[in-house]
Structures are given as structure tokens and as C-alpha cells.
Design a protein around this ligand. Sequence first.
Ligand code: FAD
Length: 495
Amino acid sequence: MLDLRNAKQITVIGGGAAGWFAALVIRKIFHPGVAVKVIASEKIGIVGVGEGGLLNIVQTLNHLQIPTGEFIKETKANYKLGFRYKGWRTGLENDEYFHFFMNHRLVEMSEKYADIYPVMAAYIALGKELHKIIPIYQDIIKPIGFDEMTKHLLQTENQGGIGVSFHFDSFAVAEFLKKIAIQRHVVYEDAEVQDFEQDEQGNVCKIITDKGITQTDFIIDASGFKRILIGKYLKSDFESFEKYLILDKAIPYHLQHPKENPELITTATAFEAGWEWQIPLKDRIGAGYVFSSAHKTEQQAMDELEQRHGNKIELFKTLSFVPGIYKKVWIKNVVSVGLASGFVEPLEATSLGQTFEQLRSLGQVISQSGWLITDKNIEKYNEGNLLAWHGIRDFLRMHYDCTRKDNAFWQDISNLPYPDEYHELKQIMQQRTLREIDINHYIGKGWQGIFHVHNWSLVADGLGLISKQAAVNDLNLLPKEVAIKAFEQVQMKMT
Ligand SMILES: Cc1cc2nc3c(=O)[nH]c(=O)nc-3n(C[C@H](O)[C@H](O)[C@H](O)COP(=O)(O)OP(=O)(O)OC[C@H]3O[C@@H](n4cnc5c(N)ncnc54)[C@H](O)[C@@H]3O)c2cc1C
């Protein structure tokens, strides 16, 4: 049992996005008399990548009462309305599919009949690309630019069904959050953590830094890839995903805007040994090549990049990671969030999305428990976190279940084994369309999940993984008039 009712000091280790968001969440759920401190080392710095969010960033900003307008201004943010996948099927010039965000107001995708989404099934049965269901998708692709999109969202009061997230400058985000946290009386200490001490119950009660000792009642480990507490000190079990996903290196860089309007989507372009992300902010594009070190050396990756972009790329760092997660992220009085808790790869911007879920769920467990938390509730939190990571693993594995097989990398990655849960989903998609119940087992124990049946369906449809017959089978189960209406809705959208 963890008793935080008389906690005096809560400490966050790490001053990246995860650390500062954690500090703000903690500040909100504890009494103002409880001191909240962030210890982070300027010398070590932050990872400085990760510039694309999911829908739950907006939820988190609202929850923390951070005005989105201020966030946009301070972090040079641009809208993000989803993802474009280029070259993942044939590798030809016109090969692209989209995973747009949508909100629950998109009637065509939210109307269900006996757990079937008739309009979605009709799209697939007719061989129409499912992403065309998104209102103004052509304008998004054009792209119409930030101001016009703002006007559209205001005019429609965002009733149109488009889900809105952001692209942002990761350094500016950390600075902005730090400023707000300090205004809210979070104390910041620039120090390097060197060691810890535990009390007789096993709680970590002292943090030893190069500047001194902090006595603490509760700790958030947001130390990024250093994973100094949950990994190195507490030695939580690490579950590697290398059997299923093999990208393990990334070279980040910046590009100029090629067009007048920055795009409102993240583009993921298939390369020879992985893929390139392009995240358009208002004043630059944040880009990076994430690749498999088993298939390319760093030099070969740089050569490919320079050849593709036709100019010299300035290498400022290479990031290495093992795709995987810690099985237990909450041990005694320590909870790890962000990169310290695990990382799979940059595809689909899952890292911050999962961080927000971790923090939302953590806040809920602590406050709903009245600051006296049972071991069972800690266990449930760990289980919920693990399920969510498995959902992320399988969703990302599905992206590589693609038809592209023109070199050793694309052959090897698509031939990697499927996790059991995904294997079954793949079989299902030959017989019927996906339903909420197929995805919901990844979301439990009080977690909300970051990807739902529509996200899975858009990607699966883009990759041709849902057979037309599966959609026809579903439509045959529906009353005739429901199926006819669904076909009519698709025809209307197409004209
Ligand atoms: C290639 C790549 C691409 C990515 N793309 C995306 C994306 O598009 N979308 C997305 O959501 N996420 C993405 N991510 C993940 C994203 O970068 C992180 O989720 C986000 O930046 C938060 O990082 P963090 O705060 O966990 O770690 P960091 O930003 O690395 O912060 C760690 C903090 O811990 C401190 N620290 C470490 N050790 C010590 C110590 N001993 N003493 C004191 N302080 C210490 C550091 O100084 C730093 O302040 C990507 C990650 C990678 C690697």
C-alpha cells in the first residue's frame, strides 16, 4: 500500500516533455502545500525529437488549463490532422494512403448497426479508399494552410468530424511547459542525479545529485532513454519487441518548406531500410530517417538521405533504441513515464500519446484512491499500461504487413512474426470488418487507449488488409434498407 496522504515532497526526474507534463499533472492533483520539484540536467539535455501529437494532446492541454492558442504561439505549432504513408505498398510515385484523425461527430463513421459500421463496410465493399470519408480531405492534402483551417474549424465549430492535433517544436514545448510549471510553483533544479536510497519498505526516499540530497515521498522517473530509476536502479523487467519490430536507429534533421503552406499532416515515406518522417511546423520541417541497423550503417543511411534530398544533410546526432517497454512502470513509490517507460519507434507518434494516457490514468488512480493507493490498484495500473503498449506494438506491426518487398529490408520486416493478437486480427479481416470488441482488449483497467477501431480500420484499409468479401459479409448481415442507405451515403460522398 502506498500512503501519500501526508506527502510533503514529490519529485520528477527529467525536464523533457514527459517530465514537465508530469509535473503539471502532479501539481494539479496534490494539495498546494505539497512541494513539487523537477530535477533535470541541462548538461544531459533532452532528446529533442518527437514533434507530432495525437488527439489526446488537446485533451491534456484542456485538462491542465493551458490555452491551446498560447500553446500554438509558443511552440510554433501547426495543425496535425493525421498521417500520410508514401511508398509503403508498391513504392511507386502515386503510392500513398492516409490515416486521418477523426472525432466522434463524423456521423458516417460513428453510426453503428449491430456492432457493424455500415458506411465503413460499404466503402470497403465498393473498393473506395476509406480515408475519403473524412470531410475536406482534399483540402487537407492540398494543403490549405493553418489560417484557412482555423477559419474552417471556427465556422463549423469543428462539427465536421476532423480530429485536430498539433505538430510542434519539441524544445519549445519543454521550455513552454517549464515556464507554466514554474508559474504554478513547481520548483526546478538543474542537477545530475547520481544515486538513490530506499527505506525499509523499499520506497525510494532519497535522490542523490551532484548538488545535494532531495528527500522525497513519491517520484516520477521521466529520465528519457537514460531510464535511471525504473531501469537502472529498480531493474524492472524489460520486454523487448525486437522479434516483431526491428527499427533501432534514427537520424533527425531539419528541412525547408517546399510549398507555400506547411502540410497539416505528418508524412511517413518508405526508404530503403526504414522510413522518413516529415513533420511540418510553421517555419521548418522536422524530419528524420528511422532505420534498421541490421540493414544499413549510419554512413549508408546518410548517403541515401543526401541522394534523396539532393543536398548535404547536417548530422547533429544519431539516436539508438531497442524497441520495447518495462513490464512494471509503477514500483513502490516510483512511476516512470515517457521514454523512461518504453519506446517502440516513431511511427504513429505513439510515445507522447502513451505518455498522456499514462499521466491521465496515474492522476485518476491517485485521486480516486484518496491518496492511499492499494497494491492491487498499482498492479492494475501496470496491467493497463502493458495492454496499451501491446496495442501499440500490434498496431505498428500491422503497418509493416505491407506488400512492399523490393529489397532485403522490406522482405525481412514483413516476414517477421506476428504477435498472436495481431495474427488473429489479420484472419478476422478476411471474414468481416473490424469491430470495437476486436480492439478493446488492448484498452482496460481504466485506460482510454490511443487507437480505436477507426484508426485500425483506416490503416488496414490503406494496406489492403480488409478483404472486400469481409465487408460484403458484414453488409449481408444487415437489414437491406440499412445496407442500401450505407451505399447511398458512399455514392453521395463520391459525387
Ligand atoms: C527518433 C524519435 C522520433 C520520435 N518521434 C515522436 C513523435 O513524432 N511523436 C511523439 O509523440 N513522440 C515521438 N518520439 C518520442 C518523444 O521524443 C518523447 O516522447 C518526448 O520527447 C518526451 O521525451 P522524455 O521527456 O521522455 O525524454 P527526454 O526529452 O529525453 O527528457 C529526459 C530528461 O531527463 C533528464 N535526465 C536524464 N538523466 C538524468 C540524470 N541522471 N540526472 C538529471 N536529469 C537527467 C534529461 O536531462 C532530460 O531533461 C520520438 C522519439 C524518437 C527517439
